[in-house]
Design a protein around this ligand. Structure first.
Ligand SMILES: [Zn+2]
Length: 358
């Protein structure tokens, strides 16, 4: 099969026609499904050629940010970071490139351990003979597949000599562990659990994750990127302040009014700080888990609806009343919170739950 046909086959679920109607959260789901199909089928059977791996990653990346074959969109977060586990600030996307390497790791491990399989016996008999896996040099006329495995050996040897192919408790090689090793130890995102908690609406989780890292395309960022911006001021208030994440989500009097009303509704107090700090404060509170999740959902809703109101004003000239936003968020959250009525975690903070849903 030709490489581009293989790419098309793997990425056949990516349909640009509907991409625009899907939110980031929707496109993230499709991306995960595409990459999962590689890992569960293609990746475990074959080693994919580098050109295929690169092309699949590129297609997924462009699709996730809302671009298509003709028009590229800015990647708001690097693909490398997106591939980190959520606990380390990423989206837990199993990027195709590193996954491919980790899959090769499994084959090498089988060879090193001389696992009982026809393939292992065959390779030892034909290629390795009296050498070891590590000292063996792949002949130039050997198959592409064999040369590929050998070219990745050095990376694997380091793991191996350090006494770890990062094996499971049963002493088996795990591709996922190999993959995480390749990603390495990244800084931990302490509030990841809160950001991705299920009470927050999926599309709002994504925005919260973006805004928390200052990754939305606010006017100050656009200017820094060299994009021409006619008016750099915040369009939600009349104070002439430059539109930045800090202004839009913390200092702006419009967001302050929305936040005050919602905190009053939830009967809680949190000082106005930047998003990440706010989440860290929620995490440290002596609240029950569910209460922390709901308060994070309020943060997510604020970010999402403020950004939406900003876009309505900026692109269509329509000013949404802050009271409409507050009412909308409360309605939306009551439906959401109500879904947890019969769960243990909601029972543990019954009075808080009742206070919101009464
Ligand atoms: Zn403002």
């Amino acid at each position: 099969m030709e490489c581009h046909q293989l790419v098309d086959k793997i990425t056949s679920r990516i349909k640009y026609t509907y991409a625009k109607q899907l939110s980031y959260a929707g496109r993230l789901e499709v991306t995960l499904a595409v990459l999962f199909s590689i890992h569960s089928f293609w990746g475990s059977v074959f080693i994919l050629p580098q050109s295929v791996v690169k092309e699949v990653d590129k297609k997924c990346r462009e699709y996730l940010w809302g671009g298509n074959e003709e028009k590229r969109k800015v990647s708001l977060v690097s693909w490398e970071k997106i591939c980190y586990p959520k606990k380390q600030g990423g989206l837990n996307i199993k990027g195709c490139g590193k996954w491919n390497v980790a899959s090769v790791g499994k084959l090498l491990w089988q060879l090193v351990m001389r696992k009982e399989s026809l393939w292992v016996k065959w390779v030892h008999g034909i290629y390795i003979k009296t050498d070891t896996v590590w000292t063996h040099k792949a002949p130039v006329d050997s198959s592409w597949y064999w040369r590929k495995i050998n070219s990745l050996k050095n990376m694997m040897q380091q793991w191996y000599t350090q006494g770890q192919f990062n094996l499971t408790a049963n002493g088996e090689y795990s591709i996922i562990r190999g993959y995480n090793d390749l990603i390495g130890n990244q800084e931990k995102l302490e509030v990841a659990e809160l950001v991705w908690n299920s009470v927050v609406l999926p599309r709002q989780r994504f925005f919260l994750w973006l805004a928390m890292q200052n990754r939305l395309l606010t006017k100050d960022r656009l200017i820094n990127m060299g994009v021409y911006v006619e008016d750099n001021r915040c369009c939600l208030c009349q104070n002439g302040m430059i539109e930045s994440h800090k202004h839009l989500f913390v200092e702006c009097e419009y967001v302050a009014k929305v936040r005050a009303k919602l905190l009053q509704w939830a009967n809680i107090f949190i000082p106005a700080r930047e998003l990440k700090t706010t989440l860290e404060m929620i995490k440290l509170k002596h609240w029950k888990k569910f209460k922390k999740e709901v308060v994070t959902a309020i943060c997510g809703a604020i970010v999402y609806h403020i950004w939406k109101a900003r876009n309505w004003k900026h692109f269509k000239g329509v000013q949404i009343q802050y009271t409409d936003i507050v009412e909308g968020i409360i309605r939306e959250l009551i439906v959401r919170i109500d879904m947890y009525e019969n769960t243990k975690r909601a029972h543990r903070c019954r009075s808080f739950w009742q206070n919101l849903c009464k």
